[in-house]
Design a protein around this ligand. Structure first.
Ligand SMILES: [Zn+2]
Length: 353
């Protein structure tokens, strides 16, 4: 795809859609490396054009050690921000078309942070609709597209996002090791493959909360000054209390709300995401009846306390060796411990049933 810049809009034509990003005024596309644009094309379009990945990806040196985080204002990316170095650039992707998604919570958060948050408006979530799918990211890693586009401008080499344990090791029906993991949603390619792709363009794919459950990210944020700013709800200014996220996140705050329509709808269509943390929340709030408890009775008999800690192996799986000690130190400062042997057995034997 050929990208062009007109004033503060970087755009390309894809089928009958003009895909665009609104960039900072002094951004200059001609100063962006061709490799950076190639990577942007891969994360946006390769899910629909797999031949784009049919090539070699030789390793290249990291062009910068600085981190750029796809920051959403939710709990997971806030926890990621707290674990990453202080000079991490925060980049917020703002959906630039009418939808149910509300930006009020993220706006309030971005304004309260004592550093600049780069807000990038884009319509790239429409690309999928040209392939008969509903609006959304082309694949999981497309949530980083705006960070990749700004990477050279911001002198960023490590591209980071807040993908958590429930979307990585526990994404399937049972534990998946890194080599089996398909977090990018384009089987059969896995995280290792994408890390190699990023490396070949001079970037590092860095996932600081890859091994942390929502139980941990919620705890980190709820114990911090950001507790009243980070919000998972995308439907309302504040919490709508009617969506699945509001239901799940309140369970994790041990502040259960009545099961709502959003949750029931997700259950009906088989899309109760982050199920391990949901089950953990139900069990900690001692909720012993209702449709979810009924459906997942067997899964609820498992010891889920391992979700309070992190598996040591994730640090080596998802984070560059040079950053591991800093992240480990921050986890310790935030009171998050590593899993012991019993926890590791429990995570590896976890089943949804
Ligand atoms: Zn909500």
């Amino acid at each position: 795809m050929k990208w062009q810049q007109d004033s503060c809009v970087v755009h390309c034509k894809y089928k009958n859609l003009v895909v665009y990003f609104r960039v900072p005024l002094d951004f200059d596309l001609s100063s962006t490396r061709p490799e950076t644009i190639e990577l942007l094309n891969l994360v946006l379009f390769s899910p629909f054009h797999k031949e784009m990945l049919d090539r070699d990806f030789p390793a290249h040196d990291l062009k910068s050690k600085r981190c750029g985080l796809a920051f959403s204002g939710g709990l997971d990316s806030t926890a990621a921000m707290m674990l990453l170095p202080k000079d991490t650039e925060l980049c917020y992707m703002r959906r630039d078309f009418e939808s149910l998604l509300k930006h009020d919570n993220a706006d309030r958060f971005c304004e309260a942070i004592p550093k600049r948050v780069w807000s990038v408006r884009s319509n790239h979530e429409k690309i999928r609709t040209l392939h008969g799918e509903r609006v959304g990211f082309s694949m999981d890693l497309s949530c980083m597209a705006h960070v990749i586009l700004l990477a050279d401008y911001l002198n960023v080499g490590r591209i980071c996002t807040g993908i958590v344990l429930e979307d990585t090791y526990l994404r399937g029906c049972s534990f998946q090791s890194l080599s089996e993991s398909s977090i990018i949603g384009v089987d059969p390619f896995c995280f290792n493959f994408w890390r190699m792709v990023f490396n070949s363009f001079g970037f590092d794919l860095c996932l600081p909360v890859y091994g942390l459950s929502e139980v941990v990210t919620s705890k980190i944020v709820n114990n911090s000054d950001y507790r009243d700013l980070a919000s998972a709800c995308l439907r309302s200014d504040g919490e709508c209390m009617a969506c699945y996220k509001c239901y799940r996140k309140n369970l994790l705050k041990q502040n259960p709300i009545k099961i709502n329509n959003g949750t029931l709808k997700m259950m009906d269509i088989g899309r109760l995401s982050h199920l391990p943390s949901l089950l953990y929340g139900l069990s900690k709030c001692e909720i012993t009846s209702g449709p979810i408890v009924k459906k997942y009775q067997k899964a609820l008999t498992q010891n889920l306390d391992f979700l309070e800690r992190y598996p040591d192996f994730y640090l080596h799986d998802a984070i560059d060796a040079e950053l591991i000690d800093a992240i480990k130190n921050n986890l310790s400062l935030l009171g998050v411990e590593a899993m012991d042997k019993e926890d590791v057995n429990n995570i590896k034997s976890f089943k949804r049933y």
